[in-house]
Design a protein around this ligand. Structure first.
Ligand SMILES: NC(=O)c1ccc[n+]([C@@H]2O[C@H](COP(=O)([O-])OP(=O)(O)OC[C@H]3O[C@@H](n4cnc5c(N)ncnc54)[C@H](OP(=O)(O)O)[C@@H]3O)[C@@H](O)[C@H]2O)c1
Length: 499
């Protein structure tokens, strides 16, 4: 086998230091990388090989998990690192890149190459074309592209065409790190390895579904990127809709890349297209405002002072197929929320009539809930009504819970470890296929167009540290207690406003 090289575009950036280098180090430590491997970093920042190794060593000491840190192994890993200063947007950089690869590998035509595009998305279209111009899209090469793949349907299609003209589809790995999470994959095991759920996993027994992925941080130093993207492009079009697909998909005939990804795409094709009523009334966007010592979004570095970019979005959508017709899926994401959590809540229908009472005299039972917690405190909780011991017949809803920690030595390493290894082994199952990207954009494009052409579409302010605009609660009207918030809601109405 030829010398394996992972070439990172954007090697001086945040993703490389926080995720890619630690993931590569973990693979190296566990002897999961090819024996003969190198990493070649590239960016405009000037480093020699030695300076880049020093820089990488410092970052590894910070970002590798404490239990994995080992100075001797850090140094053995860093010897494999190389660097070339180049501007990836310029074609004239690439002959130098090819020469550097030849010198790193000692081969006249290096072929076992993995290009990782961790640059601003504006460069995702030009880098493959420049690689092709100098013949670096060799038959053995692969490319990993970070999200977002396109910023709307038209740009995603154009990007798809560019990649198709450079690499075969099976050599293109569009990464979505959510799918690399054990807990996301476990949705499949839970649904398709346990026969008891299948009979109730449909519109006859499920009332509605919530998918929440929120963070208790702002945008940190990503103002420039985030202000042009917003929550819909950053989270909804990729991560949230993936979770909807994992919840709603049919079992694949075989668990392999084609069959699995075919079923994902079918869910996207079944999404009920958004109409005027949906655009006006079933999508709530918000932006965090200053509160509790936290800056407002518009005060963040790199954000326009009059920005109307959404940092929160909640919406209701439907899947038009036999299994899900009529079952609303409520999805929600936001920055500066009270906590960081990603979870799916399946709300089952109530029993035909309520024959009992709860502890406070309310009628009972309520609908069961199944909570699939993707992060943190990974696990699964089933909420069921139980009789409170003692006289009378009062009921209480209790949780039957499974936590991943009960599985013992579960490997819940960062998803980049898993996904980079899959890519090296050529397994595309957990990467997004081009038709899925396009189908997802096709569904969300009307929202972007609506916001672009209808500037008066409301953007609601919400104080940093709260669960988003109160208008998002209206979406859930008639749905029991509303959104399932894992901690107490802050309800100071005076702090809410329309921006
Ligand atoms: N950070 C994360 O946790 C994360 C998570 C998921 C996805 N992503 C995606 O991964 C990509 C990289 O993210 P990041 O957070 O690492 O970004 P970043 O810190 O801004 O780094 C971007 C890299 O690209 C280079 N770069 C910046 N502007 C450039 C330009 N105009 N021309 C050429 N090179 C330029 C920078 O190096 P030089 O300035 O030295 O050239 C830097 O190495 C983004 O597309 C992002 O959406 C990031």
């Amino acid at each position: 086998m030829n010398h394996f090289v992972m070439i990172i575009f954007g090697a001086s950036g945040d993703l490389t230091k926080r995720k890619l280098m630690p993931a590569l180090f973990t693979l190296f430590s566990n002897k999961r990388l090819p024996e003969d491997f190198s990493v070649l970093g590239t960016a405009r920042t000037k480093y020699s090989d030695a300076e880049f190794r020093d820089y990488a060593l410092k970052q590894l000491r910070i970002f590798v998990k404490p239990e994995e840190r080992n100075e001797e192994r850090f140094r053995a890993f860093c010897i494999r690192l190389h660097y070339i200063t180049l501007d990836p947007s310029r074609e004239e950089s690439y002959p130098r890149l090819r020469d550097k690869l030849e010198s790193v590998t000692g081969e006249t035509r290096p072929d076992n190459l993995l290009f990782y595009l961790a640059t601003p998305p504006a460069l995702y279209g030009v880098i493959p074309l420049h690689l092709k111009a100098v013949g670096l899209n060799t038959p053995g090469s692969r490319v990993i592209v970070e999200k977002p793949f396109g910023s709307d349907l038209a740009s995603a299609k154009a990007l798809g065409e560019t990649y198709k003209s450079v690499f075969d589809e099976q050599r293109i790995f569009r990464i979505d790190h959510f799918l690399g999470k054990e807990t996301a994959q476990n949705i499949l095991a839970f649904r398709f390895a346990n026969g008891i759920f299948e009979p109730v996993w449909n519109r006859n027994y499920i009332d509605y579904v919530e998918v929440t992925a929120v963070e208790n941080m702002g945008i940190e130093n990503r103002g420039g990127f985030y202000d042009a993207a917003g929550a819909l492009r950053d989270m909804v079009q990729n991560h949230l809709i993936q979770l909807v697909a994992l919840t709603a998909m049919e079992p694949p005939v075989l668990f392999d890349a084609d069959n699995f990804r075919n079923e994902i795409v079918k869910v996207y094709h079944s999404l009920k297209p958004l109409d005027e009523e949906d655009l006006h009334n079933h999508i709530i966007r918000g932006q965090y405002t200053a509160s509790g010592g936290e800056k407002g979004y518009r005060e963040e570095k790199g954000v326009r002072p009059d920005s109307r970019t959404e940092t929160f979005i909640a919406m209701k959508l439907f899947i038009n197929n036999w299994r899900w017709s009529g079952v609303p899926f409520y999805i929600r994401t936001g920055k500066q929320m009270p906590t960081k959590v990603t979870e799916i809540v399946i709300h089952f229908k109530e029993t035909p009539y309520r024959m009992f009472r709860g502890e406070s005299g309310e009628s009972y039972p309520r609908g069961n809930q199944l909570i699939i917690r993707i992060q943190p405190d990974e696990g699964i909780v089933l909420k069921i009504g139980m009789k409170v011991p003692g006289t009378g017949f009062k009921l209480k809803q209790m949780s039957m819970d499974f936590s991943y920690s009960q599985l013992g030595n579960l490997d819940i390493r960062d998803s980049y470890v898993r996904l980079i290894e899959d890519c090296i082994q050529g397994d595309p199952t957990l990467f997004t296929r081009n038709d899925a990207i396009e189908a997802s954009w096709r569904f969300f494009d009307p929202v972007l167009n609506f916001w672009k052409t209808c500037p008066e579409a409301p953007l609601y302010g919400y104080p940093a540290g709260t669960w988003g605009p109160k208008e998002s609660d209206i979406l859930m009207k008639g749905r029991g207690a509303g959104w399932t918030n894992p901690c107490k809601n802050l309800t100071n109405n005076d702090l809410y406003c329309e921006l």
